[in-house]
Design a protein around this ligand. Sequence first.
Ligand code: 6R9
Length: 645
Amino acid sequence: MSEVHTRPIPAAFIENALIGADDYERMYRQSVENPEAFWAQQAKDFLHWDQPFTRVFHEDLSRGDTAWFADGALNVTVNCIDRHLANRADQTAILWEGDDPADNQAISYRTLYEKVCRLANLLKAQGVKKGDRVCIYMPMIPEAAYAMLACARIGAVHSVVFGGFSPASLKDRILDADCRLVITADEGVRGGKHIPLKANVDRALTDCPEVRRVIVVKRTGVPVDWDSKRDIWYAESVAGMDSECAPEIVHAEDPLFILYTSGSTGKPKGVMHTTAGYLLMATMTFKYVFDYKEGEVFWCTADVGWITGHSYIVYGPLCAGASTLMFEGVPTYPDASRFWQVVDKHKVNAFYTAPTAIRALMGAGDDFVTKTDRSSLRLLGTVGEPINPEAWEWYYTVVGDARCPIVDTWWQTETGAHMISPLPGAMALKPGSAARPFFGVQPALLDGDGKEIEGQGEGSLVIKRSWPSMIRGIYGDRQRMIDTYFSTYPGYYFTGDGARRDGDGYYWITGRIDDVLNVSGHRLGTAEVESALVLHEDTAEAAVVGYPHPVKGQGIYAFVTLKSGHAPSEALRRALIDLCATEIGPIAKPDIIQWAPGLPKTRSGKIMRRILRKIACNALDSLGDTSTLADPSVVDELIAHRENR
Ligand code: 6R9
C-alpha cells in the first residue's frame, strides 16, 4: 500500500477538545501502569452507584475470566435516565427521524422515564423477573430503546434480534436464550418498504412453545394475525400501567444483555455483557472518542440490532445525558441526500456510520452532499469494517468540508465498546488507520508462532489484559467462549482480525483472518451460509468465501457442488439465493454462485478455503501450494469457470 498522508487535527478542534495529545499520553500511561487507580476513578466519575465497589477488577485470561467492580451495585436506567431528571428533564433524549421525512419526534428525558417505567411495569405484570431473557425484534422506533431500557430497569436480560433476520434465525435465537416473551411491531418501514415483523414472529414461534407473551407495537396499523391468548398491544397495555417503577439494583456483574453474533464455526453465539463494566466503557468511549459536549446532537446510523446500536444509540449517549438521534430509514431514501438533509434538519454535531454507506453515497455523486449545509457537523466517525483511503478522503473533504476529524473506531460485539480509535483532539489522523488504543486497552500483534511482534509489523491482533466491557460469556456455553477467544493464544484475547502497526504506533486493521465474512459491515459466518445452501435437496456440498466488493466491502462467493444427476440452472441459482435469505436474512444472499463439479480438498477431506479465496479474488498468481490436494485438477476446472474476473 502506498503511504497515505497524515491529516493534522484541525486547529479549531484542538482548542476545545476534551482530551489533548498530552492528556492522552498521560492517561493512557496511567491506565496501563496503574489500572486499579485509573478505572476506580473513571467508574466513580462516570457512573452513579447505589452501592459503591471496593474491588476494581480481577482477571484470568487463560480461563476467559474477568470481573469488574464486582461488589458494587447499580441500575443502568438510573444512570441513563433518572439521574438526568434534575438538570435536563426537558432536554431531548431521543430524537427520532422516521423513514418518511415528515415523521419525527423528540422524546425528552422526562418522557423517556415515564415510557420506560410503564413498559417495565408491564413486563413485571407479565411475570418477567430479574435474570429472565426477553427477545426484542423491532424496527428502529423509540419503543425499541424503551424495551431495552425497560428490561434493564427490572434486571431482565434483553436479546435484541436485528429486524432483517428471518423467522428461522429469530427462532434459533429465541430458543438458544430461552426467551419467554417477545417484543415486536406489526411492521417495520425502511426506504418505503414494509417488513412484516409480526408475521415473522408468528412463524418463528410455531417452534417456540415456551413463549407465552408477545407485546406488539403498532407501527403501521396493517391488519396482523392475532393469537388472543398470546398477543397483546403495547399501547393499550402500557396505558394501564403506573408511570413509576422502582429500579432493580443489580450487581455490577449481573448480565445486561445477550447479543448474537457470527463466528467461524457453528451457529451464531450469544455474546453476554454485564452491567457496570459495559456501561462504563460505552459511556467513556462515547464521551472521549466523539469528544461529546453538553447539548450536542449525536447520530449513529446503526440499527439497534447490532452492538453499535446498543452502545452508541442507546447506552453510551443516554448515560452521558446526550441527545441521541435514531433513524428508521436508509441512506438513499427518498434520495441519496437523506443523511445530510437529516443532519441539517436536526443540527447534528457528530455523525457515525459505516464505510459501506460512505462508499454507496460516494458513488451517487457529490451533489447530493454539497447542496446541503452540514455546518453543524463537528466530527465524523466510521465503524464496522476497514475504510479504504479513497472513501475516507471523500468523507473528510466532501462531507466534512475538511473541518471535521474522522474517528475510525475498531471494536467488536465482544469488546462492547471502542478499542482502537483516534481520540480526535489528541492525535493526527491517517486515512485508513484506526490509530491508537483507547485507555486501558493493550493490543499486541502475534506472529505465526504466537510470539509478540515489537515495533512495526503485521500479525494476528490480540488484547493483552481484560477491559471493563469485555465479553463475559457465550450464553449457555462457557467452554465455547474459552475455545473461541482465549485458547488460540493462551493468556490473550483473540480478536480474529489481522493488523499492522506502523512506526508511529498506529494500527491498520487488515480484516478477519478467520472464516467470518464482513458484508456491508455485518458479520456472517461462512459456515452459516454453507448450511443454508446445503439445505436444498439438489446441493451436495457448498463452500463460501469472501471477495472484495466495491460497495459492500466483502461480497459472498459460493462454490456449490450438485448431487449427481442434477444440472445447474438459473432457477436453481435463484432458489439457492432465496434459501439463504429465508434461512438467515437478506444480508446473507450470495453475490456469486459458481457451480463446482468438485471442491479442492486435502487427502484427509478438508476443503482448502485458502485456494477458493484466491480463485474468488481472481488472485491466481498466488494460489500457493496445491500439491497436497487429493485431486489438483479440480483447481484448474474452478479457475476456468470462475465468475469474478
Ligand atoms: C463494532 C462491530 C466486528 C468486526 C471486527 C472487524 C470489523 C469493526 C472496524 C473493523 C476495520 C474498523 N471492524 N470496526 N475493521 N476497521 N474500524 O462492527 O462489531 O459486528 O462484532 O464486527 O468488524 O473485522 O472483528 P461486529
